[in-house]
Design a protein around this ligand. Structure first.
Ligand SMILES: [Zn+2]
Length: 324
């Protein structure tokens, strides 16, 4: 058995589909990883008890003599971070006005700290990503939805009721598409994965590379197909990719102007497509940010992958434990 004086945190990441957990040390090394289906309809108490089992399994991998500072939980929101109480979470039906904080703390006999997944992704980037020590960092995830997390002057920006960071509803193209919430021309309505697919469907010609990739059915179109077809020269797909780059750049430029971060980090499924057009994206962000940024904007794609929120949860635990 190994021994260690290192501090460890238990970390969990709760999404609408999966709950993941691991034991993580202060350098971000993970052991005892596990995952279960969230099954939110079974209730938050049931989820808390199943998560506790996962955490106990992770805990069993602790080296002898190591200190466990507590449990950090990253979750889909909206949520009030101090209490962990959910506020009509769209992907966790039935969890409104409830929290697992005290139940989980009692079962595990460890302190529990809870944060919004995108905010904790931003926190993880300041500790484990390419921007260790950054005091001002904005993280934007562009995927099925568009969300964000903000670190300003080294603090997590949560807002008065935990709702800060909803960068997906920044207006980028009024008069174009609405998101599910109904705001006109927002980032999410015009640059998320589903928005990219819908924009391509609305320009469907029934022929060409995109039509082939979608087997001739516009309902099959995905954002990945749009990026792939654009790479192969499909004119409609290229037009949609160009529009997407500009929509993303308008959103990111606004965030640069408002927060003046050392780093603006993007993650999420759509970023794989955007990375193939990085120079153009960067040039377009420069076009849509204040002249003070000149030619050097601090835009990067995350390297932390799917573990970003889990790492953020661990960092939340280390940070809160230090402050107690
Ligand atoms: Zn919106």
């Amino acid at each position: 058995m190994t021994t260690s004086n290192t501090q460890f945190a238990l970390a969990a990441d709760i999404g609408g589909t999966n709950i993941r957990a691991a034991l993580i040390d202060s350098e971000g090394r993970m052991t005892g990883r596990g995952s279960i289906n969230t099954e939110p309809k079974r209730g938050i108490e049931d989820a808390s008890d199943r998560l506790a089992k996962l955490l106990k399994a992770a805990l069993a991998t602790t080296p002898t003599g190591a200190e466990i500072v507590g449990i950090g939980v990253s979750t889909a929101g909206p949520i009030r971070p101090a209490t962990g109480i959910y506020n009509h979470p769209p992907n966790l039906p039935g969890w409104h006005d409830k929290t697992m904080k005290s139940r989980l703390a009692n079962t595990m006999t460890l302190p529990v700290w809870i944060g919004h997944d995108a905010t904790l992704a931003a926190l993880a980037e300041t500790r484990f990503g390419d921007h260790v020590g950054a005091e001002n960092l904005v993280y934007v995830t562009i995927s099925t939805g568009v969300g964000g997390g903000i670190i300003a002057n080294s603090e997590m920006v949560t807002g008065s009721s935990g709702g800060a960071g909803e960068v997906g509803h920044l207006s980028v193209r009024t008069g174009a598409y609405k998101c599910n919430v109904g705001c006109d021309g927002c980032f999410e309505g015009n640059a998320s994965g589903p928005a990219i697919a819908r924009t391509a469907r609305d320009r469907w010609t029934g022929e060409g590379i995109l039509a082939d990739l979608a087997d001739g059915d516009p309902q099959n179109v995905t954002s990945r197909m749009v990026f792939d077809a654009a790479d192969d020269g499909d004119p409609v797909a290229k037009e949609v990719v160009n529009l997407t780059i500009e929509n993303v750049a308008i959103g990111l430029g606004s965030l640069l102007n408002v927060f003046n971060p050392e780093a603006l980090v993007i993650g999420g499924g759509v970023v794989q497509g955007l990375q193939r057009h990085w120079d153009r994206l960067q040039a377009s962000v420069i076009d849509h940010s204040l002249p003070g940024y000149g030619g050097s904007i601090p835009l990067t794609a995350t390297r932390l992958g799917d573990d970003v929120s889990l790492l953020g949860a661990a960092q939340l635990a280390f940070r809160q434990a230090r402050r107690q």
